[in-house]
Design a protein around this ligand. Structure first.
Ligand SMILES: [Zn+2]
Length: 204
């Protein structure tokens, strides 16, 4: 069986497309650009949503509709107050001196690495995502899990398994160089592909 051709067929026929992007995509920009270009092409015209744990913000330069992307681990280019005195989040250049206008503490990247991570940066999109996901239950759902390891499994890996388990019309591809293993409960609907997901997507 050729997983790539099989996946391409599912891409043509699916009613909904759910994509998860993980650790394998934490690579220099030049290496991931062609893969994001490819993702843009394959999501075009689709009813899709993308969840990413990558914080480099590169996906937001890909042309993919940001209304269909959620980045729960944050974004390196957005800034928050180090002491979280406010839930404000600033875009690059909005606060040129890099100091919190409210309390004078330094501004730091708005990501999970922050000691006091301000989740307001992604929560509106997370709500949009959960609404979208609720609407996929009886649809032909194609799930592409791309390079998601065990760094933050509660964000993509485990919930995607649950989604594949409950949606009997779903098909899932777990594409991962090292961690493509599939649990018994979803083995009928999920296909492990032991390839690097960035390379794999670039070749789609
Ligand atoms: Zn502050």
């Amino acid at each position: 069986m050729n997983a790539k051709n099989d996946l391409k067929e599912h891409l043509k026929t699916c009613e909904r497309l759910l994509i998860g992007i993980g650790e394998e995509w934490k690579r220099p920009e030049a290496e991931v650009i062609p893969a994001y270009d490819s993702l843009y092409r394959l999501t075009e015209g689709k009813d899709f949503f993308i969840v990413t744990t990558v914080t480099d913000g590169r996906i937001f330069k890909s042309g993919i509709d940001p209304a269909r992307i959620v980045a729960p681990c944050g974004n390196d280019s957005w800034q928050q107050c180090r002491d979280a005195c406010t839930k404000d989040i600033w875009e690059p250049g909005e606060v040129p001196d890099g100091v919190c206008p409210h309390c004078g503490a330094p501004l730091i990247p708005n990501t999970v690495a922050a000691e006091h991570y301000i989740e307001e940066g992604y929560l509106p999109q997370w709500q949009a995502y959960t609404r979208w996901l609720a609407g996929t239950l009886n649809k032909e759902l194609l799930i592409l899990e791309l390079g998601v390891g065990f760094g933050t499994p509660t964000v993509i890996r485990w919930p995607f398994e649950k989604t594949a388990f409950f949606n009997q019309k779903s098909h899932m591809y777990r594409i991962n160089e090292r961690f493509s293993q599939i649990s018994q409960e979803i083995s009928g609907r999920a296909v492990p592909v032991s390839d690097n997901s960035v390379e794999f997507v670039r070749g789609l």
